[in-house]
Ligand binder design. Sequence first.
Ligand code: NAX
Length: 324
Amino acid sequence: MKDPVRVAVTGGAGQISYSLIFRIATGEMLGHDQPIILQLLEIPPAMDALKGVIMELNDCAFPLVTEIHGTDNPEEAFYDANYALLVGSKPRGKGMERSDLLKANGDIFSVQGKALNDYAARDVKVLVVGNPANTNALIAAENAPDLNRNQFTAMMRLDHNRSLSQLAQKTGTLVTDIDGMMVWGNHSSTQFPDLSHATVKGQAALDLVDQDWYENDFIPTVQKRGAAIIEARGASSAASAASAAIDHMRNWVSGTNGQIVSMGIPADGSYGIEPGIMYSFPVTCDNGEFKIVQDLEINDFARERMQATEDELRSEREAVAHLL
Ligand code: NAX
């Protein structure tokens, strides 16, 4: 049997975690032969609820889970952590401006970045799910100077998976028939789900759907899917977000076998996106590392949308500049 690894999850009593932690515990993220120590972080008012989650985890008697710790101290939660999923964040309250939200969460993610820097395993892999995910990931990375920036990522996989599902439904195919899907930019309504490199059973996706559907149906549906779920369910996406977090981490750790996936990662100048923001790129993963897919042709339609979402990330960065 392998040695256990430490998996930290923040917001452990929240709705995403209620699905996520249980799936991590069954081995869906790191493999069915990988024992796990769970280190769950919450804020003091949610510690009772976290206790309840831990009671349920214990009641599952998961064979892979060797220890479970619940704490309201980030240093304990990230102690020696090999993987950290930062899900907990402050929801947007009534009358709260986006800049207020950025600030409230910025404070959380600067504290957590520092704690990761000082206490996590040196090769920790960090996924930020809590919104605004890309900018929160940037703040955490900037507050962890002893770690490599590329150890920090933001979740775009839900947007990617939503795009796969929309295209599969439209073309009457399976998501597994699709290659080359990618979502660029920010996890927000400016994101750009791009079909120009996608194929369905080897055929160019844009030869199978018309431009009107692409521009006026597909793109806005994916961009606004989060709001549509809230409208229908009365609560925000939870199980699908947890599933996307599992996919993101599993692929980062175990590879994508050449398949393209979308990840929010530190921009490195590729495709003219200026460094200094966490931007979603098409990547492949191998040996525990992601690599941006290079040399894709970018047409004017795509360039304009890639720029708009980059501009939004730059303005988010400005709003939290004091935390970087
Ligand atoms: P919930 O409000 O159900 O849970 C959040 C939990 O985080 C709460 O239990 C809260 O007590 C805890 N928390 C707050 N501050 C904390 C801190 N400083 N340290 C530790 N825990 C803290 O939200 P949930 O539905 O689980 O969503 C969590 C986050 O994911 C939200 O920010 C949400 O907007 C974001 N999402 C991101 C997605 C993405 O694709 N990147 C999609 C789904 C989701 O909307």
